[in-house]
Design a protein around this ligand. Structure first.
Ligand code: HEM
Length: 448
């Protein structure tokens, strides 16, 4: 936490610079499209601590890696993830890991961790590779190819198989629809259970998923499957207590959401940058061809430095979660400003990832910055935070990286893809980064 000593003139909450109400209202419209622009200009004009809203809706925006370190490491235990995320998606993703704090969070995280360890990850990759072999066929035959919906369908099908242990079919389609409705509802502005409204569709989607999962639990408890669902059914805490049915269901529904949109978003941005930077696409292809096999093995995952750098740079330029919120449960001080309890405190990974103090030429896609020698991400412990940090750091980080590498490994060997000269992907940066045009690509098969 920045001490008052470095900022002799400590500002009281009332005196912290504030975004005028009319500007706040106007900016809300632009935030989705250009979060980086809106937030960047705010910090430029007012400094690294900017107040917004009033009463129960009061909020403070904090800039830079020191703010990220303070909020994410939360050494004094004063920032609640539960209270912030509950406000945003509590009714739809009730009981998810990110919607828990303190000992309760620690206990549940420990229970879920088994499903993310190396042996489990190896088994997920074994299931995923043949699926990808199948799903990536025929991408070159489509003149109106849109990357985003393709990747969305692909990650959802993988989730149904790997997370839930389902065979693809009619059940998966209905579950996908219910799941899509819950994700859409978590971002709804109008949160009323009125038939016809997006939010109500989300609540019904959640109920459908609960009913399905309830039916499958007894069988998953009897048999030891290799999917997340089965693993959660057999997870046992330090006190010997297994997860209750409702806890398993809550974790699964949250996990599907946490995994799905973020991975789709990253894969889409990655495909765009590799289309726009064909020299990097070729570099990844060469690296992958060096392995002389069609699909990635678990033992290969850490032997792809260029591929890893391209993924890291994609996550820097397009962090799927552009903001991370918490609620303060006690007063604290940052950059010489006093901030009271019960304030929504927000940091912006997308802004931190583009600060010229920490990144050279930050708006350029330049994966070399992550390679040894430059390693710009090591300039500060919290200047690179696509997966957050501290107690709530993404539990699916290794799974996500594995899945992205597995897709890319097969894709670069089968296809070459491009965008027309001068094309620039229109991006919606919030709530989750995605292209507003679906990302049209020209995909050509590579004949070997
Ligand atoms: C590129 C893909 C992904 C990105 C960028 C990402 C990003 C994040 C971030 C930033 C957080 C922390 C949010 C906060 O502190 O408020 C988070 C938490 C989480 N993520 Fe991910 N995520 C990704 C993929 C996944 C996948 C594939 C899974 C599961 C298989 C997953 C499961 C989770 C879980 C369970 C949490 C909550 C952890 C906790 O509260 O202890 N994520 N993720």
């Amino acid at each position: 936490m920045t001490s008052a000593a470095t900022h002799p003139a400590t500002l009281s909450w009332r005196d912290v610079p504030r975004v005028p109400l009319h500007e706040s209202l106007g900016a809300a419209r632009h935030m989705r499209r250009d979060m980086l622009g809106v937030v960047g200009s705010r910090f430029e004009r007012h400094g690294p601590v900017v107040r917004q809203g009033a009463g129960p809706m009061r909020m403070v925006n904090l800039a830079g890696p020191d703010a990220a370190r303070m909020l994410l490491l939360d050494r004094e235990g004063i920032f609640s993830a539960k209270r912030s995320w509950d406000l945003i998606m509590g009714r739809i993703f009730t009981g998810g890991l990110l919607l828990r704090d303190g000992d309760d969070h620690r206990m549940h995280r420990r229970l879920l961790r088994e499903a993310f360890r190396t042996p489990a990850l190896e088994s997920y990759l074994e299931r995923m590779n043949p699926m990808l072999d199948d799903m990536l066929r025929g991408w070159d035959g489509d003149d109106a190819f849109l990357a985003f919906p393709r990747l969305k369908a692909l990650t959802l099908d993988i989730a149904c198989r790997v997370f839930l242990g389902m065979e693809l079919g009619e059940d998966t389609r209905r579950l996908n629809e219910a799941f899509e409705a819950t994700v859409a509802a978590s971002m709804s502005v109008l949160r009323l259970p009125i038939p016809g409204l997006e939010f109500d569709r989300g609540l019904r989607g959640r109920r459908f998923m609960i009913e399905q999962f309830e039916q499958w639990i007894p069988e998953r408890r009897r048999q030891r499957g290799e999917d997340f669902f089965s693993r959660f059914c057999h997870a046992v805490g330090d006190d010997g207590r297994p997860l209750e049915d409702q806890e398993i269901i809550d974790h699964l529904i949250f996990l599907m959401m946490a995994a799905h949109d973020t991975t789709t978003s990253t894969l889409t941005s990655l495909l765009y940058e590799l289309a726009a930077q064909p020299e990097w696409q070729e570099r990844v292809r060469e690296e992958v061809r060096g392995f002389g096999k069609p699909a990635i093995g678990f033992e290969d995952l850490l032997k792809l430095p260029d591929t890893a750098a391209v993924i890291q740079e994609t996550l820097r330029r397009y962090p799927p979660l552009s903001t991370i919120p918490r609620v303060s449960t006690a007063p604290f001080e940052f950059a010489g400003c006093q901030i009271p309890a019960d304030v929504m405190v927000v940091i912006y990974p997308i802004h931190t990832h583009h600060m010229s103090e920490w990144w050279s030429d930050p708006f350029r896609f330049d994966p070399e910055r992550f390679l040894p020698g430059r390693a710009e991400h090591e300039r500060h412990s919290h200047s690179y935070i696509p997966f957050g940090g501290g107690n709530h750091m993404c539990l699916g980080l290794r799974f996500a990286e594995m899945q992205i590498k597995a897709v890319l490994f097969q894709l670069v060997q089968r296809y070459r893809w491009s965008v027309p000269a001068g094309y620039s992907m229109p991006v919606q940066q919030a709530p989750i980064s995605k292209p507003t045009d679906g990302l049209p690509l020209r995909v050509e098969a590579i004949r070997s």
